[in-house]
Design a protein around this ligand. Sequence first.
Ligand code: AMP
Ligand code: MG
Length: 352
Amino acid sequence: MPKYGSNVRFDTQVIKADTPENISRAAHLAAQLLRQGQVVGMPTETVYGLAANAFDDSAVEKIFLAKGRPQDNPLIVHISDKDMLEELTAECGDVRRQLIDSFWPGPLTVIFPKSGRVSLKVTAGLDTVAVRMPVHPVALAMISEAGFPLAAPSANLSGLPSTTCAQHVQNDLSGKIPLIVDGGECSVGLESTVVAVKENTITVLRPGGVTAEMLKKAVPWAEIKIAEAVFKPLKEGESAPSPGMKHKHYSPKAKVILCTGKPEKIVDFANGYAGKNAVFIGSREVCAGVTIDRLEYEASPEDEARHIFSYLRRADELGYAFVVIAESENAGIGMAINNRLLRAAGFEVVEL
Ligand code: AMP
Ligand code: MG
């Protein structure tokens, strides 16, 4: 195994985890590497993660190195069993307990006051830790076989769209990590919802697979707030409640032109990009009127969420200069889609 450093190259292995036997073989191999302090590509239901032992500082450092992630952007810690939470925090409370009981395993990340065991490397110096229990069987098998929580950010080069299949991870990180476990395409396709809890208020720091409507239904006595930075760029010098908010994110090389308006106007606007090396990403319905190149999904917002990152990546693979795309309806998972699109477009929206 080569020693890690900026010039170390791995012969990255990709191993399929598509049957019960393959899953246990992959989990075994991944756990061996994780115990040695290595970093492994891990499938989850949201996006692929870049996982390392959350209790091993030098392993956690390798995550930041491999992705080129800013050191001040903390990592989410993944557990396979609710009991693992006891090692990470001493404090839960009624609201967090209700959230855990309602949404774990699943795409909800909850912020807790951190225990002494959690290193400041994972939390980027914060006294809180972000924790999630994924529902993907391969992620659960990898964590429980390793026997310790795994710190894992999205498995993409920092700034690029997140990865939703093993091939994306290979494209970004081949040679930089020893192993990618291929658990198929991610079923949600967008990152987890991140929430902070203070008394009876739940603040959504990043919208994701668990929607604001779902949070309200699960904890009806709590007030649900959406952090301002979800839809607006931070002002000069403003501190971020979630450090990931201040970094450039999800951007393909192509310029993302985000628009909003009635479908007919969107079609006309997209068609105005004829001859400009542009591609339109939209539902099959809207695409029907578009004459420039198209990447289509079915009409449901869930299907849009599943495709958005892979289509932004596809646009770069196909060498387009522009991606034209419309905002989603700002409800349900549409809020998470719009949050990612706003960031990809540098918060510029063309009102039609
Ligand atoms: P990623 O790992 O790329 O999915 O990003 C993780 C997100 O969780 C980033 O937006 C982080 O800023 C956020 N996050 C992680 N830990 C904390 C924390 N302790 N407090 C607030 N936000 C956090
Ligand atoms: Mg990320």
